[in-house]
Design a protein around this ligand. Structure first.
Ligand SMILES: [Zn+2]
Length: 169
């Protein structure tokens, strides 16, 4: 039983209470872009008290700023955001593997696939420690010539155990 079959009923309820959100402008009202992990336990809106229309939420495995760069450029240059907040979190899956090991796992699982070596071109951007990885990602953005110099850039850790956030940089 696939989960997609469960989409329509809750969506009907959502549409019934959609209100005037269809009138929200495209550029984020708070001129804010948040980079955070795809982790299923993280509810960015509730955790930070933001709403639809307020901010870009750029999610990927680990909340990697490097992975998010394409979206950050679009967010800043085309949609006017001027602040970036990078969130990594406790208990992140990115602490549990390394790129060579994941490449091997994928190749070993699919030896007859002629395209599988494309995995060697992917850097999975894992990290061994979250506070350092937050600092590294903020430094990456501050030093990157494609990120606007006037950007306010902060770095945070979110605790999946408690829901608490703490600022690192
Ligand atoms: Zn994560």
């Amino acid at each position: 039983m696939s989960v997609y079959k469960e989409f329509i009923e809750p969506n009907n309820a959502y549409v019934a209470n959609f209100g005037d959100k269809g009138k929200l402008p495209l550029p984020p009202a708070k001129k804010l872009a948040i980079v955070t992990c795809m982790d299923a336990r993280i509810n960015v809106y509730a955790e930070l008290g933001i709403n639809e229309g307020d901010a870009h939420i750029i999610r990927n495995a680990g909340g990697s700023a490097k992975d998010a760069l394409r979206s950050i450029i679009i967010s800043q240059r085309l949609l006017g955001t001027r602040e970036i907040a990078v969130f990594h979190h406790t208990g992140c899956g990115m602490l549990t593997f390394n790129t060579p090991g994941l490449r091997k796992l994928v190749k070993d699982a699919d030896p007859e696939n002629p395209g599988v070596n494309a995995i060697d071109n992917i850097d999975f951007l894992e990290f061994p420690e979250i506070e350092q990885s937050v600092k590294d990602d903020v430094a990456f953005l501050k030093e990157n010539p494609l990120v606007l110099k006037e950007s306010t850039i902060t770095g945070w850790v979110y605790e999946v155990e408690t829901g608490k956030i703490r600022q690192i940089v």
